[in-house]
Design a protein around this ligand. Structure first.
Ligand SMILES: [Fe+2]
Length: 336
């Protein structure tokens, strides 16, 4: 903050609107024309308004759909661009197959190969999102050293909330790991840049808020800069998911009203990302991009051929980090 702190409640509103305006004019002409082209594509995509879905009414997330009897095989298969909105017509899911450019996919694949030569993945046997009970040995036999997750995240560590956000341990568990993970972060930057423009085209105000928030986070927590890999970066954290199926879940710490992003690469066979509360399953293949509210929408992957080698990179923000930055940003304006 370089402006003189003001006092009084009205001043709490002004800084956000000014910063949001700044974000909207930071798109270059080329970026804006790319956003316009994506908007045209999305306007021609299938749209469905889910009148029973509202991200605010949906807090806490709809637990009932976690227990739903809906099975992924019963859901409608989606294979072409698709936009789902809540009852207020705000996007809650954007699906765009073949969206990520071959060059960005190639960089990501090279980045994964380099990373996995140097850094072991975390295998989460008890993670409610990635149950590997019973199938882990088989997966590991097909993909030696390539089964697990890697989190490159800026979040509030359990038991240390008072210390503010910090970069996750997997990024800084030694110089070798730090070097390898930060190189991987950069290898995913091109795809992240493309996803950022898809987010801008899909939900401009939500995208602006996230870009603004991460810009401020990098000032407040300089260590978070190692996670910055594209000029207009809306997501402070990401996870690599390598050859792991996921079971039905919501990501309870993710942003409540913003969108997370996911893209996939590798070999897939027939594989779907299923959203039971929307009764749809998205066909996933190399280069597929998905934006969705990962806090609100339960999701899971279908079972898949263990011989297929597949990777997904998931970009997200934690709600508590967004709120921490919001509080920090207005500190100079709050009357003592
Ligand atoms: Fe998830």
């Amino acid at each position: 903050m370089t402006s003189t702190p003001a006092t009084g409640f009205v001043s709490l509103i002004r800084p956000r609107s000014e910063r949001t305006l700044d974000m909207s004019i930071r798109l270059t002409e080329e970026q804006q024309s790319r956003v316009n082209a994506i908007v045209t594509h999305l306007q021609n995509a299938d749209h469905k308004c889910y009148s029973d879905q509202d991200v605010e009414l949906g807090y806490p997330p709809p637990k009932v759909s976690l227990r739903s009897i809906w099975h992924w095989a019963d859901a409608k298969e989606i294979t072409t661009p698709f936009v789902a909105t809540d009852q207020r017509t705000r996007p809650i899911l954007v699906y765009f197959p073949d969206y990520i450019s071959p060059q960005a996919v190639s960089r990501s694949a090279s980045g994964v190969n380099e990373l996995l030569e140097k850094v072991p993945l975390h295998v989460p046997p008890s993670d409610p999102r990635h149950s590997t009970v019973g199938i882990l040995p088989k997966l590991q036999s097909f993909h030696p050293k390539r089964v697990g997750t890697l989190h490159c995240a800026c979040w509030l560590e359990t038991g240390h909330h008072g210390s503010g956000p910090a970069v996750s341990r997997q990024v800084c568990s030694g110089s070798r790991a730090h070097n390898a993970t930060t190189r991987f972060v950069q290898s995913a930057g091109m795809a992240k840049d493309e996803l950022s423009l898809l987010y801008a085209a899909s939900h401009r105000s939500s995208w602006s808020r996230c870009v603004e928030n991460f810009t401020l986070l990098r000032d407040f927590v300089p260590g978070a800069r190692v996670l910055d890999s594209c000029p207009l970066d809306p997501w402070a954290s990401f996870a690599l998911i390598s050859n792991l199926p996921s079971v039905r879940h919501v990501d309870q710490r993710d942003a409540r009203t913003a969108l997370s992003a996911l893209y996939s690469f590798g070999s897939f066979g027939t594989m779907h990302l299923h959203f039971p509360s929307l009764k749809i399953k998205l066909r996933m293949r190399e280069g597929t991009a998905v934006l969705f509210n990962s806090f609100f929408l339960p999701h899971e992957t279908s079972m898949y051929d263990p011989e297929a080698s597949r990777y997904a990179v998931d970009f997200f923000n934690h709600e508590e980090v967004l709120r921490w930055v919001d509080r920090k940003a207005i500190e100079p304006y709050v009357r003592e």
